[in-house]
Unconditional design. Structure first.
Length: 220
């Protein structure tokens, strides 16, 4: 089966792999033993991948790479909105998944190293937004924002470079930590979700702006 093949590739790279037979089994294993990263197939019996992801995100920030059917853009967008970090479409190369696992774990390690007591230099204030890089917290006019891990990364990156325009490819490389030659919908989804949380009126954004034909720019 696909999961056994993928497990062998990951084990060859030195990763310890724990296989779940369905969504309920995955949730039980995550609750009992945890994981540094989850490769999650959305098409799972008993409890589907979306529900597994929702329950996981209710109490943990464990990185998640989801596996979706080719051409199922709706599944991909919903998964990213629920809180997945990355996605791979079927059929896929096991080597591609291994590369994504390595990249996501590397980003996760960097984030962990940033979780230290904050100093004044860790706090970025732009307009009505306050971004605490050390604690990984953001607020708007004193009200805390409930940002996903990747939403925070995107906001922190753009806010620190206010006035600069970045293409989707550049954001994928800088925020997602790898060059993505294919579908850049993940950036569009995260920008839309971020606007809903930081803008007074997301339909007419004043901070996170679209530069038509190019990409996005943050203005304080």
């Amino acid at each position: 089966m696909v999961r056994e093949v993928l497990a062998r590739y990951l084990q060859r790279e030195g990763y310890t792999v724990d296989l779940a037979v369905d969504g309920a089994d995955a949730l039980q294993r995550l609750e009992s033993t945890g994981a540094d990263l989850v490769v999650l197939d959305l098409m799972l019996p008993r409890v589907d991948g979306f529900e597994v992801l929702r329950r996981l995100r209710a109490h943990a920030e464990t990185p998640v790479i989801m596996l979706t059917a080719r051409g199922s853009q709706t599944d991909m967008i919903v998964g990213l909105e629920v809180g997945a970090d990355d996605y791979v479409t079927k059929p896929f190369s096991p080597r591609e998944v291994v590369a994504r696992v390595r990249a996501v774990l590397r980003r996760s390690s960097v984030r962990t190293n940033l979780k230290r007591p904050a100093t004044d230099g860790d706090v970025c204030r732009v307009g009505v937004l306050t971004i605490d890089l050390g604690r990984r917290l953001a607020s708007r006019q004193g009200t805390d924002l409930r940002l996903t891990r990747k939403e925070f990364d995107l906001l922190a990156f753009l806010a620190a470079r206010s006035g600069q325009t970045f293409t989707r490819a550049q954001l994928l490389e800088q925020v997602w930590d790898f060059a993505w030659a294919g579908d850049a919908s993940t950036v569009t989804v995260h920008v839309r979700r971020l606007r809903e949380k930081i803008e007074a009126d997301p339909s007419t954004p004043r901070n996170l702006l679209t530069v038509w034909g190019v990409g996005y720019r943050f203005e304080p």
